[in-house]
Design a protein around this ligand. Sequence first.
Ligand SMILES: [Zn+2]
Ligand SMILES: [Zn+2]
Length: 341
Amino acid sequence: MWDGERLDLQELPEPRPGPGEAVLEVLAAGLCHSDLSLMARGRTGLSYDLPTVFGHEAAGRVLETGDGVDPGLIGTEVAVLGPRGCGSCRACRADAQQYCAHARARGLFSIGIGRDGALAERLLAPAATDLVPLDGLAASEAAPLTDAGLTTYSVTELVEPALRPGASVLVIGAGGGLGHLAVQWLLTHDVEVVALEQSATGQALLRELGVETVARDASELEALRHRTPDGAGASVVIDLVGTQATVELATTWLAQGGHLAIVGLGGGLLPVGLGSVPYGATIHTPYWGSRGQLERVLAAGRDGVVRPTVTEYAFEDVPAAYDDLRHGRVVGRAVVRPVGD
Ligand SMILES: [Zn+2]
Ligand SMILES: [Zn+2]
């Protein structure tokens, strides 16, 4: 539980499902960099009440269902689609509930981001319609796929028109929880992945995944520019860090007509206008992903198309895990299993 200053373990009342809801036994929960961003805002910088339970990547077993929910779900293992939707606006009807027109105004908070999340033995899932069956996928792999996997997958769908054979794709922050999955999606295309990754842990992981071009910093990266088609830069730049320095670097690396996706919550701002970004550029600011996309992501996980690298931590070691995450020491995604097997 996070009170705005510290994390600790607390006994909470058993959640009971209301209409449309379900209670899960949490089999696996992933730790995300965005939790660190929320923690950095302290006691007063959040738009919702504290204390709160983090954990927006969740896989679990359905224990109890509320009114209007098929009780046949009880006992099944599911992943939770994080972004909430009203179910009736144009975006929701078009399988894009992550961009729901009403979610914010109606206070439809996601698990772990405004309402209690998955770093607990029990999770109250606010919408049973947002549960996707695991169908045999291991919970510890499914959890990271619900955000790290889903967000990066949704990016590759957005930039797909530029993923032509031989294209260069620069991934900034490529060796982290999101990055190592972004790279795996990209390697399913016939493109050259250029990775920028500061941490030694991340660099080693990238090499294991078959990424040959890994730069440690901006100057090493610059020395690789000649490897892009015509030395003109990357057709796609995916910035998983999103600081001022990285969004500026991303712009200098973007080829004309290219696609830039700013994904990391580093708070960097990019002036967009003629002359400040390459001609013909498309800038994306994606958020999470849709149910249809999560179904495709979990299927890819089952088929072995992507495989999250998971570092498991004991539930009581969550504070140490966040510390490792903060210092770039986590290999792949940090996952806890509050209930175990
Ligand atoms: Zn996240
Ligand atoms: Zn909606």
